[in-house]
Ligand binder design. Structure first.
Ligand code: SF4
Length: 307
């Protein structure tokens, strides 16, 4: 879509946002057209904080379903919508409340930490939530020395490296994000041939993290690049992050691994946002009982990571 074609859509969206007192929250992995109409762009933690602090009456969450659920959990009195209701997260699908309960029976002395990439019912069954940006802080904040951690086994192994004094038990043992799992040592070698700094997301497998220069969540990647004079960066996470970085740092060079595309993150288009605002379609409704427990787990995370 050219910028000339896109202009009327931006005006239409801004008008609808004004009439509804709505705000658009978009994840870093959304496409540039979606970022162009967003009020807040960020990683999961930044979107969660924005959702908690906003005075908007309607929230449109451009990302995947668990992000919209999280916004609703933090704003139960507000209307929260997702423009593409079937945009899910295959990583989140690895975890179920039943698996959490089985693990609790097996390890009764352990605390249960779930990654924000999980359903509201899993958050309700957990003790506390974390994001990739605060997982280490959250685990360190807990008194228990044994931690059940799901659903991302790669993030669990990253936390284990950072908090060696605790036992981290991943549930399930093989939960992963297919986008990050597919990075290879060949991708690392190609990056090294070009030169520059390699930034890898904590969802990457251990071997990729160990060969990277820095491991960071997408929000922290932005802060690191801002403070650093390095001109050439290799970004080992979803490819749209590179588009976001190019728009933020015009004088720097960014490389991505082009196959690193999340099919669900790419589902949302400008047309979907217009349809969502026009018909107020895709509203998030949660079971009240489990929402109460899920909110408690999220609140604990916010207290542990922000205080
Ligand atoms: S990039 Fe991976 S973790 Fe993120 S939404 Fe897509 S599948 Fe889930």
């Amino acid at each position: 879509m050219s910028s000339a074609e896109f202009g009327p859509d931006i005006n239409k969206i801004n008008k609808a946002k004004g009439a509804l007192h709505a705000k658009i929250l978009a994840h870093n992995y959304q496409i540039p057209e979606v970022h162009a109409v967003a009020d807040v762009i960020g990683d999961s933690l930044e979107l969660a904080l924005a959702a908690r602090d906003t005075d908007a009456e309607v929230l449109i969450v451009c990302g995947v379903r668990f992000m919209a659920e999280t916004a609703k959990l933090l704003n139960p009195e507000k209307r929260v919508f997702i423009p593409v209701p079937d945009a899910g997260c295959p990583l989140a699908d690895y975890l179920t409340p039943e698996l959490i309960q089985e693990s609790r029976l097996r390890y009764p002395d352990a605390a249960v930490v779930v990654y924000v990439n999980s359903s509201a019912t899993c958050k309700a069954a957990a003790d506390i939530v974390c994001t990739s940006g605060n997982a280490v802080t959250v685990v360190k904040s807990l008194p228990q020395s044994r931690i059940i951690f799901g659903p991302d086994a790669n993030l669990a192994s990253y936390v284990r490296e950072q908090v060696p004094e605790k036992e981290i038990i991943p549930i399930p043992a093989d939960g992963h994000c297919y986008v990050h799992q597919e990075f290879s040592l060949d991708d690392i070698r190609s990056a090294r041939q070009i030169g520059g700094t390699i930034l890898a997301h904590p969802e990457c497998p251990e071997i990729i993290r160990h060969h990277a220069d820095i491991v960071a969540s997408t929000g922290r990647m932005i802060r690191i690049i801002k403070k650093n004079d390095e001109q050439v960066w290799h970004i080992f996470t979803e490819e749209a992050m590179v588009m976001r970085l190019r728009s933020l740092f015009l004088d720097k060079e960014f490389h991505s691994v082009q196959s690193a595309v999340c099919r669900d993150m790419r589902k949302t288009t400008i047309e979907d946002i217009i349809r969502c605002l026009d018909g107020l379609q895709g509203e998030i409704f949660l079971d009240q009982d489990s929402a109460e427990y899920a909110r408690r787990s999220l609140d604990r995370m916010l207290k542990a990571s922000v205080s």
